[in-house]
Design a protein around this ligand. Structure first.
Ligand SMILES: NC(=O)c1ccc[n+]([C@@H]2O[C@H](COP(=O)([O-])OP(=O)(O)OC[C@H]3O[C@@H](n4cnc5c(N)ncnc54)[C@H](OP(=O)(O)O)[C@@H]3O)[C@@H](O)[C@H]2O)c1
Length: 276
């Protein structure tokens, strides 16, 4: 299985499973299909379900990688420690492989977000040293949010998660993280289906004899970005995992990188949500 190596030496599979709104059955099917990296969050309310599905598989805990996220309302030093403990308890595990701050601000009115993020990071660094977290991450942080952490941290972020798919690649953030050897992960790597009818995606699906979904996921992997697709049937799960084996020609990558903006999900760390 293709892997990416994080800046602290940890290896992650090139494709992970996204669990937002995923059923217990789809988690079990994902394990059966061969997924070993699972992206959850306290906000998703399914950490307990994921922990049970992983245990029920009979596969050893250390063969899986579990990522979870600190919710906005829990930013701050003590609340971060408490939130992580709740997450570990819900998952039924003594450590998470990756722990990310889900969003940089509790809400738009809070002007003390920089301090809150730093306090959360300090708590996460302590838990990293204590072996309760194997890699630290940021989610939905634009470069200037990340700089707030980078300028004072003892442990560098290893992972940065953001919306990323053909037609919405946030290149400025991608380059920022790449330059700092921080692994980018793509959420909504298929834009929840919104981009699949695009003419270029359809053309490339025809050229490579695969689905447009697979082109989206292969685009991520070929960019060095780890996609976290969510899917419900064993066929889709297998197809998505197999996207790590599809190499797109440089010219096709260039066309995908430069296609017109398309399919933004409507969420931005510094703006009210836009309904799409
Ligand atoms: N950090 C954040 O703030 C954040 C935000 C959003 C998402 N995420 C993470 O990213 C993960 C993925 O994002 P997402 O669920 O928004 O979007 P997504 O993975 O781009 O899209 C999921 C949708 O695509 C469908 N699909 C998947 N594989 C398919 C295939 N091979 N053929 C046809 N349709 C297919 C799924 O349908 P079925 O399920 O019906 O098969 C589902 O409706 C989430 O689960 C979560 O872990 C993180």
């Amino acid at each position: 299985m293709l892997h990416f190596t994080l800046n602290n030496g940890l290896e992650v599979p090139a494709v992970g499973f996204g669990t937002y709104k995923a059923s217990r059955e789809s988690m079990e099917l994902a394990i059966e299909a061969g997924y070993r990296y699972f992206d959850t969050a306290s906000f998703y309310g399914n950490e307990g379900m994921l922990g049970e599905a992983l245990r029920k598989s009979g596969i050893a805990r250390e063969k899986f990688m579990i990522a979870s996220k600190l919710w906005k309302a829990d930013l701050g030093y003590t609340s971060t420690l408490e939130a992580l403990n709740r997450t570990l308890e819900a998952l039924g595990t003594s450590y998470v492989d990756v722990y990310l701050i889900h969003w940089p601000r509790p809400d738009l009115s809070r002007e003390d977000w920089k301090e809150l993020d730093r306090e959360s990071w300090r708590a996460m660094e302590e838990m990293y040293s204590a072996g309760k977290i194997r890699a630290l991450g940021l989610s939905n942080f634009l470069p200037y949010h990340a700089e707030n952490i980078m300028s004072c941290c003892e442990v560098k972020p290893s992972v940065a998660q953001m919306e990323f798919h053909p037609g919405y690649t946030q290149t400025f953030a991608l380059e920022y993280y790449r330059e700092r050897k921080i692994q980018v992960q793509a959420w909504s790597p298929t834009a929840r289906g919104r981009v699949l009818d695009d003419v270029l995606l359809q053309e490339l699906a025809g050229k490579y004899s695969v689905s447009a979904v697979k082109i989206c996921l292969a685009f991520c992997v070929n960019e060095g970005v780890m996609p976290l697709p969510k899917a419900s049937s064993i066929e889709r799960l297998r197809e998505n995992l197999d996207a790590m084996n599809l190499t797109l020609e440089p010219e096709d990558m260039m066309r995908l990188e430069n296609m017109p903006p398309l399919g933004w999900g409507g969420e931005h760390p510094d703006r009210e949500r836009v309904k799409i």
